[in-house]
Design a protein around this ligand. Structure first.
Ligand code: SAH
Length: 251
């Protein structure tokens, strides 16, 4: 009988290959198979030999690979004795279904290890010169999914409570529903002048940053044609960018 292999749930960081961890880089070299989607970005994916890459993200026809397929494929490969890297953008357990994949592997008695990555939730704002906390502005930070429609009754995100924290809000997957949740935050009493920044393809060579306020950011998004993947940073910390941008290097 073949000895069962192992699955590593690995975070790729936000996209700059220099921001891969040393461990992620080593495992990418050692792996028999790398299961990935598009989020790690072309600079990181391009450096992985074609013959060991399997794309489990959007298929050619535009359809998403069902999560069940990815789960089953990880188990199948490990049972063949393979060393598998399941490569995920940012950190594997921040909105990346890493938790679900971990549970599925454990249920199937597959040895699994998590390799943390630098999440775009922190590196995204940073790359635009925005610290997610700041002694003068924010003593808490919340990571929020923007994917849910706040006008739906069953929305799992409590925007009223988030507005009340007074801290920084970092919204992931939040380009499409920007109008809905900025409205929800205004209705919850957040100052319409609150600075907001959008950071698109953070840390990649084609990174773009667009800034505005809670009131203006939707038109800014439309004018600048900001598209996913992008991070929305809401809070006074977003105003810090202006003070540093002239001297900000890196991206
Ligand atoms: N696990 C990932 C998040 C997965 S959810 C992480 O820790 O970063 C997908 C969302 O992540 C995207 O919609 C976008 O909001 C964000 N994201 C990931 N990489 C990004 C990047 N380089 N620039 C901007 N946003 C990014």
């Amino acid at each position: 009988m073949t000895e069962t292999g192992k699955v590593y749930l690995v975070g790729s960081g936000p996209g700059d290959p220099d921001l891969l961890t040393v461990k992620a880089k080593r495992l990418l070299e050692e792996a028999d198979v790398v299961l990935h989607d598009k989020l790690p970005g072309p600079e990181i994916l391009g450096a992985i030999p074609e013959e060991k890459r399997e794309d489990v993200g959007k298929r050619a026809g535009g359809e998403w690979t069902p999560q069940e397929y990815t789960n089953a494929r990880m188990v199948e490969l490990a049972e063949e004795g393979k060393t598998v890297v399941r490569l995920k953008g940012g950190d594997p357990t921040v909105f990346g279904r890493g938790g679900e994949e971990l549970a599925h592997l454990a249920e199937n008695e597959i040895p699994v290890e998590i390799v943390p990555g630098i999440t775009s939730a922190i590196a995204g704002p940073q790359a635009a010169g925005i610290p997610v906390t700041h002694r003068d502005h924010a003593s808490s930070v919340s990571f929020v999914t923007g994917h849910e429609d706040p006008t739906k009754d069953e929305s799992a995100v409590d925007w009223d409570a988030l507005a009340a924290t007074g801290g920084t809000l970092v919204v992931l997957m939040g380009v499409g529903k920007l109008p809905q949740y900025t409205e929800a935050l205004r209705e919850a009493g957040m100052d319409p002048e609150t600075p907001v920044a959008l950071v698109e393809r953070a840390t990649r060579p084609d990174q773009r940053v667009a800034t505005g306020t809670l009131d203006t950011i939707v038109s800014v998004r439309d004018e600048e044609e900001i598209e996913p993947p992008a991070i929305t940073v809401i809070g006074d910390v977003a105003g810090e960018r202006e003070r540093v941008v002239e001297f900000l290097e890196g991206y």
